[in-house]
Design a protein around this ligand. Structure first.
Ligand code: AR6
Length: 181
């Protein structure tokens, strides 16, 4: 069984096979974790995003995931996924958020990547309620790790940047490995 690890910190510092970016459908970079990843990783990440978008009519779908170089980051790859904007909960937001985790995990598995780190997708400017997002993220990742489509993955890190998310995850991951470093 793969390990689930909880970390409070900066995802750009993670030395894993893939870090996940909470991007938007245009993959042009932005603020928050997206901005931090592009800033630290350098311009090759945006160039790779632009290449991918050429085959996709300029946008990815909400919940979709694509993979690029990680440029200068310590990770090997960046998986970019577009989280849902919270609109009150009646617009399929929960399903779209679960799709982000599912599609990122499948992509990592397909590339035979063993370690993947997730930020708390959609819980910043996209306004998804943090407790509900934590339930969805931990729930879908736990269940995927029992499926064949993700069996190459040996470790999933949840990297919480803010204290509120870290506490919400810590409450829900009792007994699993918690790394505060
Ligand atoms: N490492 C880990 N997590 C981080 C970091 C970091 N360096 N910086 C922020 N976070 P947000 P969203 C956390 O707003 O809500 C962008 O402009 C932060 O505490 O980055 O999915 C994109 O281009 C929060 O919990 O992403 C999109 O347009 C979480 O990352 C839009 O924002 C997500 O916050 C996406 O919004």
């Amino acid at each position: 069984m793969a390990r689930l690890v909880l970390i409070q910190g900066d995802i750009t510092k993670q030395k894993v096979d893939a870090i996940v970016n909470a991007a938007n459908t245009s993959l042009q970079g932005g603020g928050g974790v997206d901005g931090a990843i592009h800033d630290a990783g350098g311009p090759s990440i945006l160039e790779a995003c632009k290449e991918i978008l050429k085959d996709k009519g300029g946008k990815i779908k909400t919940g979709e995931a694509v993979i690029t170089t990680a440029g200068k980051l310590p990770a090997k790859f960046v998986i970019h996924t577009a989280g849902p904007v919270w609109k009150g909960g009646g617009k399929g937001e929960s399903k779209h958020l679960a799709d982000c985790y599912r599609n990122s995990m499948f992509l990592a598995h397909e590339r035979v990547l063993k370690t993947i780190a997730f930020p708390n997708i959609s819980t910043g400017v996209y306004g998804f309620p943090k407790a509900q997002a934590a339930e969805i993220a931990i729930g879908i990742v736990r269940s995927l790790l029992e499926e064949e489509e993700a069996y190459n993955i040996e470790e999933v890190r949840f990297v919480c940047f803010d204290e509120e998310n870290f506490k919400l995850y810590r409450q829900r991951m009792k007994g699993e490995m918690v790394d505060c470093g």
